[in-house]
Design a protein around this ligand. Structure first.
Ligand code: OGA
Ligand code: NI
Length: 363
């Protein structure tokens, strides 16, 4: 296992600019290339997975948002309570009746599929590791830093803000469907941010005024079917580094959340969206809300499609964040240093996925 030239193979894979789907398509592939195989110590130390067939298997909380659109005060209070509990314990919840039509969600998934399944030359044209690019295709953002590569390709649309009007860089094959989705997800993001602020006991606009949802980065993932799913992962264990994430997945499943030291599968719900707390929200909430580890397992069945919309603060002009004063009660101390999103991101990008953003700021 150790006497192969890993660097060389990583480079060859990267230079193919065709991603994991490119490998699968040139197949037939019966064995995984070594760069994707998880180290044996990592597999041996893996935590248990809760069998989803077992009747006592817990599930991430489900929050029905219907009543907030009906101006029902009591209904809203109940939703805020559910979101508080979920954010303090699981760091994850699933929302239904969120106001986004299923045709928009399905359109987004179909658009992502169409992008990844188009002629490979079109994808190669935008293959890049240059993070300053607004739109790019790549496989494994941390390819050269991680211990093993993930069975996944990704198209990214970075740093979308309300002032953006030129989306000509977004590939035409999925542009309209993506823009529809982004518009809707941004509105939902604002609603969620108000609910999260209330769940922290702050006034409704508090987090919005901190610009926590002003910019979004959207990752459009494609997880091809895998010939040896037990030897690799679709996405390695990690926490999300931004304020919060809204995730759309198809009906195949594969996402797992760490809960009480066990991996728990997130069951896809038709029309549902998954919301999770990121490192920045854990930091500014002074650990009241939890940014929880999650991963995606590989599968013989595929492709699986998902999109993660990360809500992050603005980089320019630099704004100083830190634990919110109102949340540091008598006798408590701030648990994190103050920071700007720009410095935070620079430090984060020099690491492999899975190395938490919390450590760099913890006092
Ligand atoms: C992510 C992520 C999960 C998924 O992009 O950070 O956790 O289901 N994605 O694709
Ligand atoms: Ni994630």
């Amino acid at each position: 296992m150790d006497n192969y030239d890993r660097e060389k193979e990583l480079k060859a894979f990267d230079e193919s600019k065709a991603g994991v789907k490119g490998l699968v398509d040139t197949g037939p592939l019966t064995q995984l290339p070594k760069i994707f195989i998880r180290p044996t110590d990592e597999i041996a130390n893996d935590l248990d997975t809760w069998q989803s067939t077992s009747s006592d298997c817990p599930e991430i909380p489900l929050v029905d948002l219907r009543t907030i659109f009906e101006n029902d005060r009591e209904g809203r209070d109940e939703i805020v309570r559910q979101i508080r509990k979920a954010s303090e314990t699981w760091g994850f919840f699933q929302v239904i009746n969120h106001g986004i039509q299923s045709c928009v969600l399905e359109g987004m998934i179909d658009g992502v599929r169409a992008f990844h399944e188009q002629d490979v030359e079109a994808k190669k044209a935008i293959y890049s590791r240059d993070r300053s690019k607004k739109v790019r295709f790549e496989s494994n953002v941390d390819l050269y830093k991680s211990r093993s590569a993930n069975w996944r390709d990704t198209m990214t649309i970075a740093r979308v803000t309300p002032e953006d009007h030129d989306f000509s860089e977004v590939p035409e094959i999925c542009r309209d469907r993506m823009l529809d989705y982004i518009k809707c997800i941004r509105t939902l993001g604002e609603t969620l941010l108000e609910l999260l602020a209330e769940a922290l006991g702050l006034k409704k606009n508090h987090l919005r005024e901190l610009d926590c949802s002003r910019a979004q980065t959207i990752l459009c993932h494609y997880y091809p079917a895998c010939p040896e799913p037990d030897l690799t992962l679709g996405a390695s264990r990690h926490t999300d580094s931004t304020f919060f994430t809204v995730l759309l997945q198809d009906q195949l499943g594969g996402l797992q959340v760490l809960h009480q030291e066990r991996w728990i599968a997130v069951k896809p719900i038709s029309g549902g969206l998954i919301v999770n707390i990121g490192d920045l929200l854990q930091i500014i909430s002074n650990d009241k809300f939890k940014s929880v580890d999650h991963r995606v397992v590989a599968s013989y069945v595929g492709p699986r499609i998902s999109t993660a919309c990360f809500f992050h603060g603005v980089v320019d002009p630099p704004k100083v964040y830190g634990p919110i004063k109102e949340l540091i009660l008598d006798g408590d101390h701030p648990l994190y240093k103050e920071f700007t999103v720009k410095d935070y991101i620079i430090k984060l990008f020099s690491r492999a996925i899975g190395e938490s953003g919390l450590d760099q700021l913890r006092i």
